[in-house]
Design a protein around this ligand. Structure first.
Ligand code: PMP
Length: 407
């Protein structure tokens, strides 16, 4: 289970000691990116001070230790998400790149004119646009799983979307705009009954929910380092070996080749086939510290703490005059989106910022969600393991003040 000591956790995050606009920082924009514990920050400094070297290339000492450290991360990720093989872990720039790799390298060869791709009504733009680009290029068609007024997907409608032409399903584990946790296992099983592979966007799940890709039997799985207390510029694409093997490379360049002549190039094996060029080495290496950090505390303990905080924040926010929650699913994780009658979300965000409180306002890269609820955007409070009930109380006081000023 692990031990959850909130004071110890907070002490690990140096940025939480700073002030913003003369007030202690209260950071509720964790859905956009999380802060980094000193273990990750120290890891980055240590990399440049002690190791800096290109990986997979040099015979010299520094290149070897950098390569080893980078490959430690791959094995760390493999264990963290319970992948069968280390070479099923592709190190990418982040969720967006991971999804684009699948849209491009699975989509282009295996999805043609008239074929269908299923996504959901609550996707982040990064799980909509790559598929639309594929549709524009190949003449395939996007089918969208509808969502109800609570922000829950309609599973019966999902089932009815499958046809002979369905080639892939891609949806989010947790909605960044609504907080909904989707019934991923059930949805994967439904797709597999139709022999259709599934990509899960886990950008908002990986830092909150323990993952076992083999138990889920998911085909592709994407997430970002920077949303899980790790560095920016690194992420993961997991794919089942057999599927990755039949896909062509994403980009051409160094590292992804076996032999190059002007007549013909042969490609490297997994995972390097999908890792052309010099990656963000320090970020790749220091994803290890982020995973260690999460695992030392334990995702079960983190989830229990965050769920309690989510309940508390939801209950306290409900007391705000004129508040309307956007996203009231039965199963939610760490995200509370809301609007207040007659007040633009942006104005609330600006006033809270003056009080040192960081929230997100806007469409959260999920414009179709906002269209469905007929709103321009929401105020989004997204929690991380270092947030506290005291911070929620300060947010509520700030919101009451903002609402009184703006009404
Ligand atoms: N999917 C979801 C659900 C997200 O919340 C985000 C980030 N907001 C992304 C994808 C894209 O992640 P990144 O920008 O790290 O590639």
């Amino acid at each position: 289970m692990g031990n959850f000591d909130i004071q110890k956790v907070r002490a690990d995050f140096p940025i939480l000691k700073r002030e913003v606009n003369g007030k202690p920082l209260i950071y509720f924009d964790n859905g956009a990116t999380t802060h980094k514990p000193k273990q990750v920050i120290d890891g980055i400094v240590d990399y440049y001070a002690q190791m800096n070297s290109n990986i997979h290339r040099g015979v010299h000492y520094l290149s070897q230790i950098s390569t080893d450290a980078f490959e430690v991360t791959r094995r760390k990720v493999q264990a963290f998400i319970h992948a069968k093989h280390e070479h099923e872990i592709i190190i990418t720039k982040g969720t967006t790149e991971s999804i684009n790799i699948i849209a491009s390298c699975y989509g282009r060869p295996f999805i043609g004119a008239g074929d269908e791709i299923i996504i959901s009504a609550m996707e982040h733009h990064s799980n909509i646009v790559p598929w639309q680009m594929l549709c524009d290029e190949k003449g395939c068609v996007l089918r969208v799983i509808p969502m109800d007024e609570k922000g829950e997907l309609d599973i019966a409608a999902y089932q009815a979307l499958f046809s002979e032409r369905t080639k892939i399903v891609s949806f989010t584990y947790v909605s960044n705009a609504l907080g909904t946790i989707n019934p991923v296992k059930e949805m994967i099983d439904i797709a597999h009954k139709h022999d259709v592979p599934v990509l899960i966007d886990a950008a908002q799940a990986i830092q909150h929910i323990a993952i076992d890709v083999q138990e889920l039997d998911v085909d592709f799985f994407a997430f970002s380092g920077h949303k899980m207390y790790g560095p920016t510029g690194v992420g993961v694409l997991y794919g089942k070996e057999a599927l990755l093997n039949k896909m062509p490379p994403y980009q051409g360049g160094g590292d992804m080749i076996r032999d190059v002549t002007f007549e013909k190039t042969t490609y490297n094996d997994l995972p390097f086939k999908f890792e052309a060029g010099t990656p963000n080495i320090e970020a790749g290496i220091c994803l290890t510290q982020a995973i260690d950090y999460i695992q030392d505390i334990g995702l079960d303990a983190i989830k229990a703490y965050e769920d309690d905080l989510l309940d508390y924040a939801t209950q306290e926010l409900a007391k705000i005059d004129g508040i309307r929650f956007i996203g009231t699913a039965a199963h939610k994780s760490s995200v509370i989106s809301f609007v207040v009658d007659g007040i633009h979300p942006y104005d609330i965000g600006v006033i809270l910022d003056k009080l040192g409180i960081a929230v997100r306002t806007g469409h959260h890269c999920a414009q179709p969600v906002m269209s469905q609820f007929s709103i321009p955007g929401t105020v989004r409070v997204s929690l991380a393991m270092y947030n506290t009930k005291e911070e929620v109380d300060i947010l509520i006081a700030g919101l009451e003040r903002a609402v009184a000023m703006l009404k």
